[in-house]
Design a protein around this ligand. Structure first.
Ligand code: C2E
Ligand code: MG
Ligand code: MG
Ligand code: MG
Length: 281
């Protein structure tokens, strides 16, 4: 009986695995065609000055809308893109689209805004990354110091190579931010060795502002450290007004989150920018 059970267990286990990997294989095949089939689209989340509520920039966030599977979260397909090396072409597409969009919005005559683009650690395995990005902004005649590249602490896994490429990107003029700051496990000493402009405080620490025990103590610590090291600091995932109050009181000047706006399609952003122009005149 025991043996039979064991066998059944094994069959159950292996068929679950088979289902999982076939979903993954289907997604992989679909992802290969996603760019050509125009299924990828960028949404843009406003980043605001917490004192004035004015928009200071946008973060480009990738969306995949498949005709039969529907909406697939970047949390699911970005790791798949990394595993399959599709991230190289997808990453280049994202960067190009975001820069083109920025160029169009600049032409509306809006106040200066930055465009933030997420870059996967895997993209740093391409030694031509900086040259590729430089060509794209040169072709578009876009000023690199209005484009911010968001990287995560996971690039530390390949520290020498990453520093080399980051220095090249910095030399071109791009702004560099550390996304999900504090969530990774790397040592703080790396901050001294990287050409960083901005720390993006991870949402989990912003959530802690409302925690009766932690009361935002880590948010405070990150803001202080950022100031002492001359980094800009932006809080991610702000959902409540009392979080804004806490951040302002503790000298955090920038933020983004559903409290202000969810990521928006480009048409919505354009309306927002035009309205902003009107109120400024
Ligand atoms: P991220 O770069 O840290 O982006 C923040 C995520 O939090 C986004 O999820 C955003 O929609 C969400 N968010 C923003 N404000 C709030 C809030 O107030 N509450 C809550 N609950 N969520 C909020 P999204 O768009 O699903 O993206 C998830 C992750 O996927 C991103 O995290 C980023 O790591 C990755 N990703 C998205 N687009 C790209 C891309 O173009 N390239 C790469 N390499 N990664 C991307
Ligand atoms: Mg990001
Ligand atoms: Mg983040
Ligand atoms: Mg994240």
């Amino acid at each position: 009986l025991a043996k039979e059970n064991g066998k059944n267990n094994f069959q159950f286990y292996s068929s679950t695995l088979a289902i999982k990997s076939s979903r993954k294989m289907e997604l992989e095949m679909a992802l290969r065609k996603a760019i050509q089939h125009n299924e990828l689209v960028l949404y843009y989340q406003p980043q605001v000055n917490l004192h004035t509520n004015k928009i200071i920039g946008f973060e480009a966030l990738l969306r995949w809308i498949h005709p039969t599977y529907g909406f697939i979260s970047p949390e699911e397909f970005i790791p798949l893109a990394e595993e399959t090396n599709l991230i190289f072409s997808i990453g280049e597409w994202v960067f190009t689209q975001a820069c083109k969009q920025k160029k169009k919005w600049d032409a509306l005559g809006t106040p200066p805004i930055t465009m933030s683009v997420n870059i996967s650690a895997k993209q740093f395995q391409c030694s031509e990354l900086a040259q590729i990005f430089e060509k794209i902004i040169t072709d578009l005649q876009l000023n690199p110091n209005t484009v911010e590249l968001e990287i995560t602490e996971s690039i530390m896994q390949n520290i020498d190579r990453s520093i080399k490429i980051l220095n090249e990107l910095k030399k071109i003029g791009f702004l560099i931010s550390i996304d999900d700051f504090g969530k990774g496990y790397s040592s703080l000493s790396y901050l001294k060795h990287l050409p960083i402009d901005t720390l993006k405080i991870d949402k989990s620490f912003v959530d802690d502002i409302n925690d009766p025990v932690h009361k935002g103590s880590l948010v405070k610590a990150i803001i202080d450290m950022g100031q002492n090291m001359n980094f800009s600091v932006i809080a991610e995932g702000i959902e409540k007004l009392d979080q804004v109050h806490f951040l302002v009181k503790n000298n955090c000047k920038m933020g983004q989150g559903y409290f202000y706006s969810k990521p928006l399609p480009k048409e919505e952003v354009e309306k927002l920018l035009l309205r902003m122009n009107d109120t400024n005149q």
